[in-house]
Design a protein around this ligand. Structure first.
Ligand SMILES: [Zn+2]
Ligand SMILES: [Zn+2]
Length: 370
């Protein structure tokens, strides 16, 4: 039986064979069947090539790459659920194999380390520290990470993070062990409500507002998200000078209030105010979300736009470069091209999500693959 190998491994086998090793030697050395090795060594199969049956994942590979770039904490199972909703017919097993073949790693965040929940016993309520109102109240920015908000709260009150954690519900000390604060451990989840009350008492907000603003509490956790820096002008309006790491809905690209393009985390933001069609595309995208899922919108907007869009794309790119400081266009050129192409991408998605009553090309939830 022949197997599909990751491209790098297949290329290595071809090189070994060309250098004079025999098929049985290579098979023994790399642990693949002689048939598999032979199919690559003799050129019956090219590296990166799949049969039709094995290729059922191919239409979703770009989507998976994009989602993992947007959200480096995305794990395999939720990603599988996303593409299953888009029409991927495979099982968990075929999905894992496909990821390996396409050299895609789920949860690629380089800053994560394994944190264990054992050893952190939640104290019973009577021993819980009584939260008290801190002198300087503070509100979170929408989507802000817990680590960022707690640090800002501690700084505003001229105290340390440890001292702050000492007066809060123990949920926070445990949660603080994880780089990905949206990870919902089933032992911790039941305490999220109490924890929110505790933080609300300390920072002078309400538990409801905190749960809505801070993804760490697990509200809307089914919704795909992307890791970004919160709009710098929204932050500045709250007198926050430093970048605020946040998780926003995956389809949100623009702060409509300030006309700021929400670049990927770590890439400078820039203004799209001088390109009304980019602002309009953001509004169209938000309206489309009433008729399709975020996953569908993302998937459809990744399909290639028509050639007619080329001229308007260039016009927008020129406007973006001219209307932003040179430093922004130098460090965010990739994002600027994305922004310039955004109206066309949304138009493609819009054409696929037909008006209610019409036969949608997203038959059921499965989009047509082009
Ligand atoms: Zn991480
Ligand atoms: Zn803003």
């Amino acid at each position: 039986m022949t197997n599909i190998l990751p491209r790098g491994r297949a290329e290595l086998i071809i090189a070994e064979h060309a250098a004079g090793k025999t098929v049985p030697q290579i098979a023994a050395e790399y642990g693949h069947s002689p048939q598999t090795v032979r199919s690559y060594a003799l050129g019956h199969r090219a590296p990166g090539e799949f049969t039709a049956r094995e290729d059922s994942f191919a239409p979703f590979a770009a989507y998976c790459r994009r989602r993992l770039e947007d959200d480096p904490h995305l794990r395999a199972m939720p990603l599988l659920a996303e593409i299953t909703g888009l029409g991927f017919p495979g099982t968990g097993k075929t999905f894992y194999r496909a990821l390996e073949r396409h050299e895609i790693s789920p949860h690629p965040c380089p800053d994560c380390h394994v944190a264990r929940i054992s050893g952190y016993a939640l104290r019973p309520p009577e021993q819980m520290p009584r939260p008290f109102r801190l002198a300087v109240p503070l509100s979170p920015v929408g989507g802000e990470t817990m680590a960022s908000f707690l640090r800002r709260l501690a700084d505003a009150n001229r105290t340390t993070l440890d001292a702050l954690l000492g007066i809060l519900h123990p949920w926070f000390s445990i949660k603080n062990q994880w780089h990905d604060d949206r990870w919902q451990h089933d032992k911790l989840a039941p305490w999220a409500g109490e924890a929110a009350e505790s933080l609300a008492a300390a920072c002078g907000s309400t538990a409801l507002a905190l749960k809505k603003a801070l993804p760490a509490f697990g509200e809307n956790r089914e919704q795909p998200a992307r890791a970004v820096t919160a709009c710098r002008l929204c932050s500045a309006a709250q007198r926050i000078q430093q970048p605020v790491p946040a998780h926003l809905p995956a389809c949100r690209r623009v702060c409509l209030r300030h006309g700021i393009w929400l670049s990927a985390h770590g890439t400078p933001q820039f203004s799209v105010r001088d390109c009304p069609d980019i602002l309009d595309a953001e509004r169209r995208a938000r309206r489309l979300l009433r008729r399709c899922t975020a996953e569908q919108l993302l998937y459809l907007s990744m399909q290639p736009p028509s050639q007619a869009g080329e001229r308007s794309w260039k016009r927008r790119a020129t406007t973006l470069i001219a209307s932003n400081p040179r430093s922004a266009s130098e460090s965010s050129s990739q994002e600027m091209f994305l922004a310039a192409a955004y109206p066309d991408a949304i138009t493609v998605a819009q054409a696929s999500v037909k008006a209610p009553g019409e036969q949608s090309s997203l038959a059921g939830t499965s989009p047509t693959h082009r």
